[in-house]
Design a protein around this ligand. Structure first.
Ligand SMILES: Cc1cc2nc3c(=O)[nH]c(=O)nc-3n(C[C@H](O)[C@H](O)[C@H](O)COP(=O)(O)OP(=O)(O)OC[C@H]3O[C@@H](n4cnc5c(N)ncnc54)[C@H](O)[C@@H]3O)c2cc1C
Length: 411
């Protein structure tokens, strides 16, 4: 495996770095002010989106991007270091049309959309004109197990009728959000992994009610993590994605690349936290010495560097396997990075906050906000424990297989 950056990637890293430094970083105060004033979609984001698209820094996350679609197609391995740079500012990936949950939805639609769905929903998403959300989790069931999902999607002539309650649906409060991909049950008597289907539901369809934007650890994000009720919502049968019973399989396909993108951005956030930790430890003194000269602080810096580099290598390995053999073949590595990277991120941010003292807990550094996001990722897109379970099962399967082969050879 060769993880060195090609000339093309080096060029794109320089361009994205420059764009973030010259375009996004100077706009952070404006963005913060607008969002604090209740504007969930500051104009500055649209201005920057236009500039990013003109510069070709657009839809970089989608290896299958077609020539007639806007943007630059990259492999996962090529995209990883770019997502790392974007991750340093919490809203930057939207500027490059690379933000969740749209990226996962674009991937699904890219794979399965009919001509009509492509025209109405995928094309405007790829152009960055609209946004979307993905509605799977429900308050009434353990949603880390997708077979538990209960929202009903009942066929009625040429329509589906949807009834259910979803929550923590990211992006549903974004002013540009136009549709949700909703997972629900079309065949309650079917085999557990074939009961669910996915349908496209316009967010303004009669019966869709965004009940509330749920604060996460007392933090209210402008685009929202929303509770949504679907009450007798009717959509045409043409809004079904792929086929009835494919919901579980599509959810698995969707979450693979989505998880790796989150991890790539988290590595960038960990790097930022380490940079800040080093700066602070080099300029502030207590008890006659710089903070980094206290042995424990030096250890925190060293441990952070080791953990970040380990995590990055594992993320790149997962990206390499996806590129070569597809997301399914990388399922163990994807579970490994999802179980690992958010923990590394929160640990590094936690050490950095400690080095900053009281300031580390304030909004005067991005650390508290980065830590909160890292903590979220230990649950969102599947809790750590579920990923550990996946890894353990695969290890046991492999051990059994080895045992069988050894027995066969010894006969
Ligand atoms: C900020 C945020 C944004 C989100 N965005 C979205 C979104 O856009 N769309 C969407 O559909 N969902 C979203 N979610 C929901 C998220 O995907 C679910 O919360 C997650 O899958 C866990 O489901 P749950 O909350 O029902 O926890 P449960 O399934 O009830 O699990 C609770 C706990 O039980 C333990 N547990 C569960 N299974 C096992 C196991 N096999 N072994 C050991 N322990 C286990 C774990 O500790 C787990 O944390 C978001 C969540 C958050 C916090």
């Amino acid at each position: 495996m060769d993880f060195s950056y090609s000339d093309k990637v080096e060029r794109l890293r320089a361009e994205i770095g420059e764009f973030v430094a010259r375009g996004i970083a100077p706009s952070m105060a404006t963005w913060e002010r607008d969002v604090a004033a209740g504007n969930a979609h500051p104009q500055i984001v649209e201005d920057l989106k236009r500039a990013a698209r003109d510069a070709g820094l657009w839809n970089l996350f989608l290896p299958a991007l077609r020539d007639d679609e806007p943007g630059t197609a990259l492999t996962n391995l090529e995209y990883a270091p770019l997502a790392e740079i974007m991750g340093r500012v919490i809203w930057a990936s939207e500027v490059f049309n690379c933000s969740a949950p749209d990226t996962g939805n674009m991937e699904i639609l890219h794979l399965f959309a009919t001509g009509e769905q492509r025209e109405r929903w995928l094309s405007p998403l790829l152009r960055g004109e609209i946004r979307s959300c993905f509605a799977m989790s429900e308050p009434d069931v353990a949603s880390s197990d997708a077979t538990n999902i209960r929202t009903a999607i009942r066929r009625d002539g040429d329509h589906y009728v949807i009834n259910g309650r979803k929550w923590f649906i990211s992006g549903a409060a974004h002013p540009l959000c136009r549709f949700a991909i909703v997972m629900g049950v079309t065949d309650p008597d079917g085999e557990p992994h074939r009961q669910q289907s996915m349908v496209i539901v316009p967010i303004d369809a009669p019966g869709v009610q965004v009940v509330r934007n749920i604060p996460v650890m007392h933090h209210l994000t402008p685009e929202g993590h929303c509770e949504i009720v679907f009450r007798d919502v009717r959509v045409p049968r043409a809004n079904l994605i792929h086929e009835e019973g494919a919901g579980f399989a599509i959810a698995q396909a969707r979450l693979g690349p989505g998880r790796i993108h989150h991890c790539m951005r988290s590595i960038g956030q960990s790097e930022l936290a380490l940079e800040l930790m080093c700066q602070r430890a080099s300029e502030r003194k207590s008890f006659g010495r710089y903070l980094h000269q206290h042995a424990n602080v030096g250890d925190w810096i060293a441990q952070s560097r080791i953990e970040i580099d380990q995590a990055r290598l594992l993320v790149l390995k997962a990206a390499w396997i996806i590129d070569r053999h597809g997301a399914k073949a990388a399922s163990k590595e994807i579970a490994m990075i999802k179980a690992l990277v958010p923990s590394v991120q929160t640990r590094v941010c936690d050490r950095a906050m400690q080095v900053f003292g009281a300031m580390g807990l304030s909004p005067d550094t991005p650390l508290a906000s980065l830590w909160t996001w890292g903590r979220v990722l230990r649950i969102a897109d599947g809790p750590d424990e579920v990923h550990l379970r996946t890894i353990a099962r695969k290890e046991i399967d492999a051990a059994r297989q080895r045992h069988v082969e050894t027995l066969r050879e010894s006969r």
